[in-house]
Design a binder for this molecule. Structure first.
Ligand code: AHR
Length: 490
């Protein structure tokens, strides 16, 4: 019997709700079709934005959406996307083999965010833009004073400032965002950051582009010098193993160490920050692009890929890593909302269906804003798996998170059994808490390769699950390749 001890009396940190965030780029069918269909579309919409995908994101309580890229951001000029839609210029979308109509711009994005009830996070153009262009965008969006740019925003339909809080200073500036060396990016970042805060009438938070591996982050922070210029450092992590759907059992297991590489990335970024930030001021780590990127998602086909139950389980394993590092991770944005990579929903014209990954988000929702609890796992069976570089690892088949919602006096425990064929008997003990009532849901399917589609939208979806609760202990038999979410009233 595997033992899981949840230490209700041993609290790590508040889990930022932003950890369960999203990313939407002008890429493939994410923005156009996924969200924007236009006011004249037969697909039900509100001011051009389709209602079904908005409703799905809203139900999820999506806390933040990052936009407009991605690589697209460092070639995007925001003025192209404001004013009368029919007069907006057509541009090349050089990264994603496409043209950009600019029908979806700043106002449409902020309308989308309001419809979803989510925070906007805008990524500025450093690669091909200027500090002045970036500062002007902040002023246009956020300035409450009587400037020409604020007046232009009002004339375009928004007299009130949008109060956008999160601004990224470029994207992957070590790659598609200008191919900078870390010290050059630090100097450029300083120039940009210097002019941004003063243009906003509301507080803003600046996100610098970091990288995985030790060199970039340390060199960047060392050259930057002043820790007050940065609020968060962002990193990206993508992974895959085998085909999206027709993967072998070995490839199934090997995906998990690759996904969990993000934990080392977070630790590395946090260590770099701690080395250079000698002030008590917190600089967070943001993972603003992450997820499974299968080989079938190619640039010329809009990075569309099928999403199986395996992807949802890998997503949950990464959520567990984020929750374990709730003290340093301030936001994370899975790539990318609708129709692109590890999205939460997919569409085919008027049809929309939720991916298994959507359901993983839904089962982890109670962790948002709750307090991450430390836990102990004992007697967990392991299976052999391999990291991306071929190093063998013993992969524990059980992964878990626990959090306390003090206001509701409730605990949420998410447990997943990664084993492909064996159920896992788990004894969960609450240390420092007593169960008054417990209910649970399970996400699983006949085959871990199962996915939802236009004609089978509910093949993989959560169902009620039986847990046996007594005083301080719960017992559950977690089926193979399954994720269980337990809500406990104390
Ligand atoms: O999400 C797809 C792309 O992956 C993004 O545009 C880029 O930032 C990353 O390399």
């Amino acid at each position: 019997m595997t033992k899981l001890t949840v230490r209700v009396d041993d609290r790590l940190a508040t889990i930022s709700p932003m950890i369960y965030g999203h990313f939407a780029e002008h890429l493939g069918r994410c923005i156009y079709e996924g969200f924007w269909v236009g006011e004249d579309s037969p697909i039900p919409n509100t001011r051009g934005i389709r209602t079904d995908t908005v409703a799905a994101m809203r139900k999820l309580g999506a806390p933040v959406v990052r936009w407009p890229g991605g690589c697209f951001a460092d070639d995007y000029h925001w003025r192209d996307g404001i004013g009368p839609r029919d007069e907006r210029p057509r541009r090349l979308n050089v990264w994603w083999h496409d043209t950009e109509s600019n029908r979806f711009g700043t106002h449409e994005f902020l309308d989308l965010c309001r419809q979803i009830g989510t925070e906007p996070y805008i990524c500025l153009n450093v690669g091909s833009g200027t500090p002045e262009e970036a500062a002007a965008w902040v002023e246009y969006a956020n300035c409450a004073r009587n400037t020409s740019r604020a007046a232009e925003r009002a004339a375009n339909g928004s007299p009130e400032p949008f109060a956008v809080r999160y601004w990224g200073v470029g994207n992957e500036n070590w790659g598609c965002g200008g191919r900078f060396a870390p010290d050059d990016y630090a100097r450029e970042y300083r120039r940009f950051a210097c002019y941004l805060r003063s243009r906003s009438s509301s507080p803003i938070e600046l996100i610098a582009c970091g990288h995985t591996g030790p060199e970039w982050n340390r060199k960047f922070l060392e050259t930057l010098g002043d820790p007050h210029m940065i609020d968060h450092l962002s990193i990206h992590r993508y992974y895959n193993c085998g085909h999206a759907v027709d993967f072998s059992d070995t490839e199934y297991y090997n995906l998990f160490p690759r996904a969990l590489q993000v934990e080392d990335d977070i630790t590395e970024a946090a260590t770099a920050i701690a080395l250079y930030n000698r002030t008590p001021r917190k600089i967070g780590v943001i993972v603003d692009e992450w997820g499974v990127w299968h080989p079938e998602a190619r640039g010329d086909s809009g990075l569309y890929q099928r999403n199986t139950l395996r992807d949802a389980l890998a997503c949950a394993a990464v959520f567990d890593a984020f929750n374990r590092h709730a003290d340093v991770v301030t936001m994370a944005n899975i790539a990318q909302t609708i129709n692109v990579l590890q999205c939460v929903a997919q569409t085919a014209e008027e049809k929309m269906w939720l991916t298994p990954t959507y359901h993983a988000f839904a089962l982890y929702k109670p962790h948002m804003g709750s307090t991450s609890l430390r836990l102990d796992l004992d007697d967990v069976p392991t299976v052999e798996a391999h990291k991306a570089d071929g190093t063998p690892v013993q992969l524990p088949v059980l992964s878990a998170s626990a959090s306390l919602d003090e206001a509701r006096n409730s605990v949420c425990i998410t447990v997943q059994n990664l084993h492909l064929t064996e159920p896992c008997d788990v004894a969960i003990r609450l240390r420092g808490g007593k169960v008054a009532k417990a209910s649970a849901k399970v996400l699983t399917a006949k085959d871990v390769r199962d996915c939802n589609g236009p004609d089978s939208p509910n093949k993989v979806r959560p169902k009620r699950f039986q847990v046996d609760a007594r005083a301080t202990t719960l017992r559950a038999t977690v089926p193979p390749h399954a994720l269980v979410s337990v809500r406990i009233r104390l």
